[in-house]
Every structure is written in C-alpha cells, then in structure tokens.
Design a protein around this ligand. Structure first.
Ligand code: 13P
Ligand code: SF4
Length: 302
C-alpha cells in the first residue's frame, strides 16, 4: 500500500493533479487526498484549483459538478460505477414533468442530482447551505429536488416558506426511524446526537445538531463532550475515531454504509491517474445551463 501511495503522490506532482475525497470514502484514500470534506467544500476546491487534473474520489454527481464548474480541467472518476442512489431517482423527463405540475416556482436542486436536472434549476444547494440558499430566494413557495427529506427539513426551519418536494431520498439515511433515535437516547443518556439532514425530517427534529458531513465533524471538533451518536454514513465515524482517539463515537446502526462511496480504491486512483481514464464529459449546452445554478450557489455561500 505504501508503494501505491508514493506512486500516486509522485504522479500528482508530475501531472499537476489533485485528489478530492469525500468524507464517506474508504479512510486510506485520505493518504493521497489534497482535500477531504463535504460536497460544498469539495466543489469550492474544484472551482479554485489551478491543477490540470482533478481525480474525484467520490460519486458520479460530485465529479460531474467539478467538471461543470471547471470545464478546462480534466476530471477523472476512479470507479465509473460509483453512482448515487438519490441522484438516480430523477431524470430530465421527471424533472420537466415536476416543473410542469408546479409552474413558475423558483427551483432548487440538491447537489446530489445529474447535470441534466441541474440545468433546469435556478440554484443548487448542499446539506451545509440548504437553509441559506432557500432563504436567499425570498419566495413564499419553492420547488425542491430530489431530496424530499432535506426539502421538508428546510421547511420546518424557515417559517413561512412552503417547500414542494420531489419524491427522492437517500435510502441509507431514509431508513433511520424516530424509534432508532429514541432507543439510542435511552441507551446513552446525555449523549449528543448528530444527524445528517438526508434523514426524515421527524428524525432530524430529534438531533442535538443537524448538518452536513463536515458540519458534524466540526461540531465534534468544537465540543467539549467525549461521546457522540453519529447518524450518517460510516466514513464519518471512521474519520472521527482516527482524529479523536480519546472520544467515543457510536454509529446509529451498522447499515449506514454507502456501497457506491466504498467502491473507490487506491489501486483504482493510481490506474486512473496513470492512464487518465474515466474522464467526465458533458454536453456543452447542459454544462453551461447547469453551471449557472452551481455558480449562483457558490456566490451565495461565499
Ligand atoms: P455532504 O454534503 O454532507 O457531504 O453529503 C453528501 C452526501 O451524499 C450525503 O449522503
Ligand atoms: Fe447518495 Fe446516499 Fe450515498 Fe450520499 S449516502 S452518495 S445520498 S446514496
């Protein structure tokens, strides 16, 4: 493994490449990553970088987002089968039908969506800025795709805004029930529960903190507590255990595993960088249209 890591690092230098890694990736990927974080942070890094090649250790929509905002760079996805179950729940036709059902409303797309879907939306958002983005529209009624849970959670937080949601969700987060949270509280009284807003809004309502993967990690960093219950994908807990070995982290249950996120390996990163395979390409019209909603999000989040 050490040899592979060294070869990736050398190639990165030779080719002026960077590796961006999401916090759900297999933890050894961090050894070669220039930046590790949530989807907002990684898209900001993709926009800022002066590297020629971006290797995206994440899932397809993340690499596609990097290509949308950095069209002159070569964006590579080491494992081309790394998709997102939620992003796959809405295609262009379903998006257009949804908009026809509710005409003339400002439309927000969660970043977990395809470029085609983004091309039909006014602004993008991530789990870390969804409240700010919806608020920035100053509209009494908005459309939100594809994550019904995140959209409805935003609605509970922003009084006076109706959020009409598409029927998508992340099956991994959507599986968590109110009873799971009640039971965790009973078993570990006084322990803070940190929840990703892709969970059902009634689940998020029970959290001591609700936020993105980086938000959860930052909450731990700034807290004096020594024990936490984590309600998101296992990769976050793996990183917390590594970075805070004296604190205790309990993953809400063993099913919090995104198989797509775990597909990428160091060997694949090496192969992909060596041979510049699995390049993300986009239709230029779709790219330009989808860039608008991501750039608008990045401006509001700046
Ligand atoms: P973050 O924006 O929190 O990184 O979430 C991305 C994601 O896919 C969560 O399931
Ligand atoms: Fe998509 Fe869910 Fe995996 Fe996140 S955890 S990438 S939303 S399938």
């Amino acid at each position: 493994m050490k040899n592979i890591i060294e070869r990736i690092k050398k190639l990165k230098q030779e080719k002026n490449a960077i590796v961006l890694a999401h916090s759900y990736q297999n933890i050894e990927i961090d050894e070669v990553a220039d930046f590790v974080g949530d989807s907002l942070y990684l898209s900001q890094k993709a926009q800022e970088t002066e590297a020629k090649i971006i290797v995206f250790a994440g899932v397809y929509f993340m690499a596609q987002t990097a290509k949308i905002i950095s069209p002159d760079k070569k964006v590579l996805l080491p494992n081309i089968n790394a998709g997102c179950l939620m992003a796959d729940m809405i295609d262009l036709h379903q998006m257009e039908d949804f908009k026809k059902q509710y005409p003339n409303l400002p439309t927000i797309c969660y970043i977990n969506s395809t470029a085609e879907v983004k091309s039909r939306c006014d602004i993008c958002c991530t789990s870390s800025n969804a409240l700010k983005i919806v608020e920035s529209l100053n509209a009494p009624k908005v459309l939100f795709v594809p994550d019904a849970n995140l959209g409805k959670w935003v609605e509970t937080k922003l009084k006076g805004v109706e959020v009409i949601t598409y029927k998508g969700n992340c099956p991994i987060h959507n599986n968590i029930t109110v009873d799971n949270i009640f039971n965790a509280r009973k078993e570990h009284p006084g322990t803070k529960i940190l929840i990703h807003p892709e969970c059902k809004p009634e689940v998020s309502a029970l959290g001591d903190y609700v936020g993105s993967t980086s938000g959860i990690i930052n909450y731990v960093k700034n807290s004096a507590d020594n024990k936490f219950i984590i309600v998101t994908e296992k990769g976050v807990v793996d990183r917390l255990k590594r970075d805070y070995p004296n604190k205790e982290f309990i993953l809400i249950n063993d099913n919090m595993l995104c198989e797509s996120m775990k597909l990428t390996t160091l060997e694949e990163i090496l192969y992909c960088l060596e041979n510049e395979t699995n390049e993300i390409t986009l239709d230029e019209d779709i790219r330009k249209q989808s860039a608008k909603c991501i750039e608008r999000m990045l401006e509001v989040s700046a």
